[in-house]
Write a protein that binds this ligand. Structure first.
Ligand code: GLN
Length: 537
């Protein structure tokens, strides 16, 4: 079977959950035995989101091959349990970068280089790239932004041209819109959907399916109205009502027959029913927890849910694996002081100190680590969280009050976290951190080895600074040990305090590899430790 293409566009507003609809569609096709991948096209000019502040764009998701990408790729991996790669996220910046490079190489010699056809051709090339590998039956492309945005136009035009190029049965367009409920009129309103579809049609695209995000069920009348004015059949108008969990959306889409409509349109050779047994087992555990724990997530971007998306999802996976409801308490690291830490973190069964960059909130993180260490509360430090655990231990156990990472104090007399030589030489910021998957060897016995159940692991990284192994003998002597190391460089990737019930810090980002069907062992065991803590109270 040759590759078929699905394009997912959005109308009316942003944040409707195009990523979840794309991931759910992919999940249903995968559950019917098809090989599916999803890619995201982002209309902004940054070459990748690595240089964006989380407040701008939520978390930056890192792939195995070290690409800094949009957080929707995290949803794709968590739903499909299949890795994405550098090829799965394309921005306007990347498109222009390659067109301009070709122009300088003389590829277009004699020609004026223009948005149409040169930019749109490059977008088309990228849209078809994964399909051309022969690895997939279906490639889903999510188009970021909202139809009608000036910056989305070349992407919509590229989709139009692909739709024109390909046989009808090779290409489908799903359009996601909002059907708002006006409480004064007590009515669902279809006009914004009509307008956004009209905009799509003006650009030459006819949707095959319209998915309506709504807070109330769509009546048959509403479906008929949307269908009539948008030129599709009523059964192709699909309701996507607010769900308790994003993981329910694939099942809701089965009820609405989204998969059947797509399979029919694309004439896909698929199983009669999606096999969602494992998925349903997960949901069953998620919605029927036997236990409950309170976990503090200490970070500086806590106002914005999306900034720690993968960590929050990993806690959900880890919770379900333990049949345990995880109440996540977001605690702003800037607001934690030695005077109020007991009040803020006192009732917690686990403390997770989050990744981050820069000085803001760092002292609060150190205070949180100290509290977890001294009060024997399960502790999990990720990246900067691990680095702050080392700083805290150096300050309060080794007695080096000036211990710090050189990221924050370049001249500290006690640089327990420092830049490696190759990082010191770098002058540019984009894509230059230690990025992507690296091997790590675990010591035996250790908490890490017990958790993973093996001695060789691979995890994804995104950081510049590293633990300074000059301090390792002193740290180890006082009870903080290194239990995971990079086999090539010897860099310390995991630290533990064996005398503590559960204290682990990791230089990598385990949250990037937790999926519904494969919850990450560190999160599973962290929740388990929190559960044991709750029983001791
Ligand atoms: N800022 C730290 C570094 O660059 C930690 C990064 C992170 O937490 N992702 O090493």
């Amino acid at each position: 079977m040759h590759t078929k293409y699905i394009f997912v566009t959005g109308g009316v507003t942003s944040s409707l959950g195009k990523g979840i609809i794309s991931a759910s569609t992919a999940k249903l096709l995968q559950a019917r035995g098809l090989r599916v991948t999803i890619q995201k096209f982002d209309p902004y000019i940054n070459v990748d989101p690595g240089t964006l502040n989380p407040y701008e764009h939520g978390e930056c998701y890192v792939t195995e091959d070290g690409a800094e990408t949009d957080l929707d790729l995290g949803h794709y991996e968590r739903f499909l349990n299949v890795y994405t790669s550098r090829a799965n996220n394309v921005t306007t910046g990347k498109i222009y970068e390659s067109v301009i490079k070709k122009e300088r190489e003389g590829v277009y010699l004699g020609k004026t280089v223009q948005v149409i056809p040169h930019i749109t051709d490059e977008i088309k090339r990228r849209m078809l790239l994964l399909g051309n590998t022969g690895h997939y039956d279906v490639v889903i492309s999510e188009i970021g932004g909202t139809v009608g945005d000036i910056e989305s136009l070349p992407f919509v035009e590229a989709v139009r041209q692909i739709q024109w190029d390909l046989p009808d049965e090779d290409c489908a367009v799903i359009h996601l819109t909002l059907v708002p409920f006006l409480s004064a009129a007590k009515e669902l309103k279809t006009k914004p959907t009509q307008h956004s579809v009209r905009m799509l049609q003006q650009n030459g695209l006819q949707p095959d399916v319209i998915v309506c995000r709504t807070e109330h069920h769509l009546t048959p009348d509403i479906r008929r109205k949307v269908a009539l004015f948008c030129n599709i059949k009523p059964n192709e108008v699909i309701e996507s009502i607010d769900a308790k969990s994003i993981y329910q959306v694939p099942l809701a889409m089965v009820d609405e027959k989204l998969d059947e409509i797509i399979i029919r349109k694309l004439q896909l050779n698929a199983a009669n029913e999606p096999d969602l047994r494992e998925w349903k087992q997960f949901l069953d555990k998620l919605f029927n927890p036997q236990h409950e724990v309170n976990i503090a997530l200490v970070g500086k971007y806590v106002e914005l849910q999306d900034a720690y998306k993968s960590i929050l999802e990993s806690l959900i996976h880890g919770g379900a694996a333990n049949e345990c409801k995880v109440n996540v308490h977001s605690v702003h690291s800037e607001h934690i002081t030695p005077a109020n830490v007991a009040e803020k973190l006192g009732g917690m069964n686990g403390i997770l100190v989050a990744p981050g960059f820069g000085e803001r909130g760092v002292e609060g993180k150190i205070t949180a680590v100290r509290y977890a260490r001294e009060q024997a509360i399960p502790f999990f430090g990720i990246c900067l969280g691990m680095q702050m655990a080392v700083v805290e231990f150096a300050r309060h156990v080794l007695g080096h009050p000036e211990a710090m990472t050189t990221e924050i104090n370049r001249n500290t007399p006690c640089p327990v976290i420092d830049l490696m030589e190759d990082q010191k030489r770098l002058t540019t910021k984009g894509g230059t951190m230690r990025l992507g998957a690296y091997k790590c060897m675990l010591d035996k016995p250790s908490l890490a080895c017990q958790i993973y159940g093996k001695t060789e692991i691979s995890e994804r990284h995104r950081h510049r600074y590293e633990m300074n192994s000059d301090y390792l003998p002193e740290l180890q002597q006082h009870g903080m040990i290194a239990t995971g190391r990079n086999p090539e460089t010897g860099l310390v990737e995991i630290i533990e305090i064996p005398s503590h019930p559960f204290f682990i810090g990791v230089q990598f980002h385990p949250e990037l590899k937790s999926t519904v069907e494969n919850p990450h062992p560190l999160f599973v065991h962290f929740v388990k430790a929190a559960l044991e803590h709750s029983r001791r109270q």
